[in-house]
Design a protein around this ligand. Structure first.
Ligand code: GLN
Length: 287
């Protein structure tokens, strides 16, 4: 029950209601309060005695209840920070993860060319493409997604961030991309096995399975991408793939079997193998 005329300090104490669903109940309540008040976090500590009007208090209470039912904070506020960017999110796409910043870092390190042509497959919110575009204004980046709502969302994020070096299109992996060559292809495809118990726990329960689940032990989409990448890569170009922490060996083998060279894997801060890379070298023509 929501008490009449609650103050900020009183509402912050409701964090205890989130203890069963969240690792960070206090932070969650702070973020939700900032969202309904449309104020920065410092406001909560400067004005703890401030009373919320009835409409705002009701809105907060609804969001708190949805959070207590397990909905991810990012879907409740409609936004998520990734890299240095604030992105709009909705339930048609995956919520960008801090994990994926490893893919962005690896891409920035792998590609020395100042005017690289880059492709982001399965862009979702546009997180990877927009992060790369914000770091490298001279790169030309194409971002594609199969889901029309994701294409619309990524385009909206692109416009809000005024990143004119990104183009967002609809395509099922390479299928609808006109023949052309890229220096770098990056992707965070679905890679979770349908039977993985993580799918019934926490935030992922609310995310679209099209962005999470892939057949063949989570490798089916990665296989399609590795098999289809070469016609779209310049010689010396790179393919970078985010994958599950137990999939690195399988992904390296797939890359090697397709003829990629300098195949390697980057570890995240927890020491887990999460991003694998292959370089495409055109084989010399037989004499
Ligand atoms: N890393 C995400 C998770 O484990 C999954 C992301 C993905 O499938 N691309 O929740």
């Amino acid at each position: 029950m929501l008490q009449d005329k609650p103050t900020i300090a009183e509402l912050l104490r409701l964090a205890s209601r989130l203890e069963a669903v969240s690792d960070s109940p206090r932070l969650d309540v702070e973020v939700l309060l900032c969202h309904v008040l449309d104020k920065p976090r410092s406001y909560l500590f400067t004005w703890p005695e401030k009373i919320l009007d009835q409409k705002t208090a009701q809105y907060f209470n609804d969001l708190l209840q949805r959070r207590a039912d397990g909905e991810p904070i990012a879907y409740l506020t409609g936004q998520k920070e990734f890299w240095s960017l604030s992105l709009e999110v909705n339930t048609t796409t995956l919520i960008p993860r801090p994990d994926t910043e490893l893919l962005v870092e690896t891409a920035l390190q792998a590609m020395a060319k100042s005017d690289a042509q880059v492709l982001d497959l399965g862009t979702g919110t546009g997180a990877i493409a927009l992060a790369l575009a914000s770091e490298r204004q001279q790169w030309q980046i194409m971002a594609v997604d199969l889901v029309p709502e994701a294409v619309a969302l990524a385009e909206k994020n692109r416009q809000r961030l005024s990143l004119d070096n990104v183009r967002v299109l609809r395509s099922h992996w390479f299928k609808d991309i006109a023949p052309q060559k890229f220096d770098l292809i990056v992707t965070n495809p679905p890679y979770i096995d349908a039977d993985d118990h993580h799918l019934s726990e926490g935030d992922v329960r609310f995310e679209p399975s099209s962005a999470l689940v892939s057949a063949h032990h989570g490798l089916a989409d990665i296989e399609i991408i590795i098999a289809g990448a070469k016609p779209y890569l310049r010689t010396g170009g790179f393919l970078l793939i985010e994958h599950g922490y137990q999939q690195a060996g399988a992904v390296r083998t797939l890359l090697q079997n397709e003829g990629f060279v300098s195949v390697s894997t980057e570890r995240d801060i927890a020491g887990l193998e999460r991003v694998s890379t292959g370089c495409f070298q055109r084989s010399p023509q037989p004499l």
